[in-house]
Design a protein around this ligand. Structure first.
Ligand code: CP
Length: 338
């Protein structure tokens, strides 16, 4: 893993094809470990991993903590509702406080975009070597989710050797609240980097046409795209058309907490047009897997029957794969530091 160069993991726009290979290969090795006494590896012994979640989470926070423990790190978590944030302390001063306690890696989630990146810059400015791992920031990025989704799909298409090339030429549909989704944005970087073509689908109010050019230019502050040739992005407002010839579909949560205006007429109409059901999947012409990053609004983004159909619904596998993926990310950035 000597090719790894990222001190922080903030966004997948900076990931090269080699980076995707490194993460998936390592995650697959961690996942394949016998579930015996060998479950805990000594790789992060003596390191302190702090989960600094300013916004709520079940999956990301818990699986980062489990991943860190599986690598023998010490784990410290922060509860915003009973913290000094309530007395007006800033995210930066909160981060510096945990750095002063010896945090080697901060896993940061915040409802405002780019907070993890700002913290990384500020810590660097303060001469600190603490690594920042983005656990999801505003509408911007959720890199560990993008990677676990990529791994879940690679595993589906090539169970023996789940690697990024398993995505070449695959047609992946992402349906739902694209506008507010950091998961969609991270998946767009990851899937197109690995050669998949992505069709984005949803109501016009939640899917601006500009998304078609989302990966055409590196984000501000980044000089080049590390990927020579990406897959394409298409916009399709009809789900039945989007599903035609699709190889997989990912539904996204309607993020009501981020909707500050009326984006939808009503939830029943949304489910009728864009909710995934066994019936609608038939438009793909074959059996295709269904993903959702969670949490799910049951009966709205996916019907209950489909959500519980383990033969094609990979939601549980996504959660399981989050652990080895996050182990791989912690392992790789800890190795940079040592
Ligand atoms: N997918 C995801 O980020 O879930 P949590 O909000 O539960 O972490």
């Amino acid at each position: 893993m000597s090719n790894w160069t990222h001190q922080h993991i903030l966004d997948l726009a900076t990931f090269s094809k080699k980076d995707y290979f490194s993460v998936l290969e390592l995650a697959h090795r961690f996942k394949s470990l016998p579930n015996t006494g060998a479950r805990k590896l000594p790789a992060l012994q003596g390191k302190l991993v702090t989960t600094l979640f300013f916004e709520s989470s079940t999956r990301t926070r818990s699986s980062f903590e489990l991943a860190a423990r599986n690598l023998s790190a010490d784990v410290q978590s922060f509860s915003p509702s009973i913290s000094a944030l309530k007395k007006g302390e800033t995210p930066l001063d909160t981060a510096l406080t945990y750095v002063a306690m010896g945090a080697d890696i901060l896993v940061v989630r915040h409802s405002v975009s780019n907070v993890p990146e700002q913290l990384a810059k500020e810590l660097q400015h303060a001469g600190q070597r603490t690594a920042i791992l983005n656990g999801g920031d505003g509408l911007h990025s959720h890199p560990s989710q993008g990677l676990l989704d990529l791994y879940t799909l690679a595993n589906y298409f090539d169970p023996i050797n789940p690697n990024p090339d398993a995505l070449i030429g695959k047609r992946i549909v992402i349906v739902g609240d694209i506008l507010h989704s950091r998961v969609a944005r991270s998946n767009l970087w990851a899937l197109t980097a690995c050669g998949a073509d992505v069709t984005l689908c949803g109501p016009k109010s939640l899917l601006p046409e500009e998304f078609e050019a989302f990966v055409d230019h590196p984000p501000p502050g980044q000089k080049d795209d590390p990927i020579d040739k990406r897959g394409q992005i298409k916009i399709e407002y009809s789900l039945t058309k989007a599903l035609s010839k699709a190889d997989a579909v990912m539904a996204l949560r309607l993020q009501k907490e981020r909707m500050h205006q009326n984006y939808l007429t009503d939830l029943n109409s949304y489910h009728f047009e864009y909710g995934l059901t066994h019936e609608k999947l038939k438009y793909s012409g074959k059996l295709i897997p269904v993903l959702h990053p969670g949490p799910v609004n049951r009966g709205i983004e996916i019907s209950n029957d489909l959500l519980e159909d383990r033969s094609i619904c990979l939601v549980e596998k996504q959660v399981q794969n989050g652990i080895p993926i996050r182990m791989a990310l912690l392992y790789l950035i800890a190795a940079i530091d040592s």
